[in-house]
Every structure is written in structure tokens, then in C-alpha cells.
Write a protein that binds this ligand. Structure first.
Ligand code: GDP
Ligand code: MG
Length: 295
């Protein structure tokens, strides 16, 4: 008898602060490898791989989600979010134990039809009484036809193997899509940019200029220390002022949160320097995009 192998793309979605990044880091921490190559079958970027003997989960970025959940929900964004979820095989929706908010409902509304959605009820370590989970699970069942509901703690790792198991069963049968041995420093570079971008979105929410991006200018490994020079590129001097904040507070907070996450993810000290650069019209200028390293 040959065992079935499965492989596919998994998106982790949910409103801010439910623990998506913690979950991603934790899963990637159990990981075998991280790659940054763009897969041919998807327009998603791969943030991490969970590689097990019988399955490979490719955790992907879903562009647009961060903006949509920041509150700037408009039709266009909704469409792009829905489209970005269209090519994944499984969606994991993360909510907080004991707390379903209107923002969670907004995310539920954006879930793609006809796709397995596994509900991860996170932060169960905070519950004094595990029985408190039951009413929440009941309520969640009434909201959406979830394929599975798994209580977890992304922080301490509780039940994560159950989550992986639940997700696995909905992946298509097939061989591993990535070589699990591939670990490149380009991928750390890529992840560093993602983490910084995420903190930028978190900190500025709706205020954030749409035309803001993150570039990693230098990434050097000295022993276990990573020296990272990054730029946040914006369209207008006014945007630069927003990102920096009064007396540099906003930028300082963004960089410090990003650095902490990077240290956790890379498992070593990170020296992070972040600059804000103004590049007029970068977002619609193809040449500028090329010079910034976009294909
Ligand atoms: P995201 O905005 O959805 O990516 O959420 P984050 O991963 O940034 O987490 C938001 C906050 O929740 C952070 O302070 C995390 O440390 C915390 N957090 C995440 N997962 C857990 C968990 O399982 N238990 C507890 N107690 N806190 C958690
Ligand atoms: Mg996050």
C-alpha cells in the first residue's frame, strides 16, 4: 500500500491581532524550509513551508488582505482579496477564543465560496475554563459552514498538529511542490521585508498611503547576527512624514516590532535600520519598479 501524499496552498486570514503572524511563525518554526521563489501555479508568494512525510503545506501571502482588514474596505479591495483567495486550496480563518467581533464578521464575508475553510480558534491559553470554548464554537458554526474548527494556541503551540492535520486532508493529492531542503538567504530577505511591511500596515492602518512598499537594501549575516538595512518607499513627502511620525515615534515603533519578529523567526539577533525614501510615482512607473527590484 502506498501512502497518499498531498500538497497545496494555504492562506491564513483574520482581522488584526488574532495571532496570524504568531501562527505563521510557529508553523514555519516547525518548518523544514522557507523559500521565496514565486510558484508557477499561483500568484501568491510563499511565506513558509510545513513539510511532513505525507503532506506539504505552502503558506502563502494573500495580497490585499492586510489593507482590507485595516478598515479601508471598499469594493475594489474586496474584489482583490477574494481573487487572491481564489487560488489557494485551503483557507485558515483565525479568530480569538472568547471574542468574535464585527471585524471578524467582515472577514467571514470575504471568504471564498466553495473552498474549505478551517476555523482556528486561537489564544486558548488565555481561557480560564476550557468549557468557555463551546458557546463560541456553536456561534461560529452558525456563521459559516467551516470544514473544521480547531482550538489552538499559536503562542505555546498547543494543538497546532491538529490544525495541520485538519488542513492537510483538504489539500489535493500530489507530490511535494518545493524541495524542502531549499533554504536561501534570499528567503530571509524576503521574510524580513514581509515582516516590516506588516508592521507598517499594523501601525498606520487607514492612514497608510496605498503606495508604500518595503525594500531590503542590504542583508548581511555576521555569525548569528543579521544586519538588515531596509527602506520604506513612499510616493510623497507627506507620506514620509506620516510613516516617520512626530519625533520619529511611528517609525521607531514599526522598526522595533519588525526587529523583534525577525529575531524570533530567524532565531538570532537582528540589527535593523529603516529609512523612509520618497520616490514620486513609483507605484505606476514601470521603470521605477524595475529599479526597486520588482519584476
Ligand atoms: P496578527 O495581527 O493576526 O498577525 O496577530 P499577531 O500574531 O501579531 O498577534 C497579536 C498579539 O496576540 C501578539 O501580542 C501575540 O503575542 C498575541 N498572541 C498570538 N497568539 C497568541 C496565543 O496563542 N495566546 C496568547 N495569549 N497570545 C497570542
Ligand atoms: Mg500579523
Amino acid at each position: 500500500m502506498t501512502a497518499t501524499h498531498r500538497a497545496g496552498y494555504v492562506a491564513i486570514v483574520g482581522r488584526p491581532n488574532v495571532g496570524k503572524s504568531t501562527l505563521l511563525n510557529r508553523l514555519v518554526g516547525m518548518k523544514i524550509s522557507i523559500v521565496s521563489r514565486r510558484a508557477q501555479t499561483t500568484r501568491h508568494r510563499i511565506l513558509g513551508i510545513v513539510d511532513e512525510p505525507d503532506a506539504q503545506l505552502l503558506l502563502v501571502d494573500t495580497p490585499g488582505y492586510q489593507i482590507a482588514q485595516g478598515g479601508a474596505l471598499n469594493r475594489l479591495m474586496n474584489r482583490s482579496v477574494i481573487a487572491s483567495l481564489q487560488d489557494v486550496d485551503v483557507v485558515v480563518l483565525v479568530v480569538e477564543a472568547g471574542k468574535l467581533t464585527p471585524q471578524d464578521m467582515q472577514v467571514v464575508k470575504l471568504l471564498p465560496k466553495g473552498k474549505p475553510v478551517v476555523l482556528a480558534v486561537n489564544k486558548i491559553d488565555r481561557l480560564k475554563d476550557p468549557a468557555a470554548l463551546l458557546p463560541l464554537i456553536d456561534r461560529a458554526r452558525g456563521l459559516y459552514d467551516f470544514s473544521d474548527i480547531v482550538p489552538i494556541s499559536a503562542q505555546d503551540g498547543t494543538q497546532l498538529h491538529h490544525l495541520v492535520k485538519a488542513v492537510k486532508q483538504y489539500l489535493p493529492e500530489g507530490p511535494a511542490l518545493y524541495d524542502p531542503e531549499t533554504v536561501t538567504d534570499r528567503s530571509e530577505r524576503f521574510l524580513a521585508a514581509e515582516l516590516l511591511r506588516e508592521k507598517l500596515f499594523h501601525a498606520l492602518g487607514e492612514e497608510l498611503p496605498y503606495a508604500a512598499t518595503v525594500m531590503i537594501d542590504r542583508f548581511e549575516l555576521e555569525g548569528s547576527l543579521r544586519r538588515i538595512h531596509a527602506s520604506i518607499v513612499v510616493d510623497k513627502p507627506g507620506h514620509k512624514a506620516i510613516v516617520i511620525g512626530s519625533r520619529g515615534e511611528a517609525l521607531k515603533a514599526i522598526a522595533s516590532r519588525a526587529r523583534k519578529d525577525m529575531e524570533q523567526l530567524f532565531g538570532g539577533k537582528v540589527f535593523l535600520e529603516v529609512w523612509v525614501r520618497v520616490r514620486r510615482g513609483w507605484s505606476d512607473d514601470v521603470k521605477a519598479l524595475h529599479s526597486l527590484g520588482y519584476d
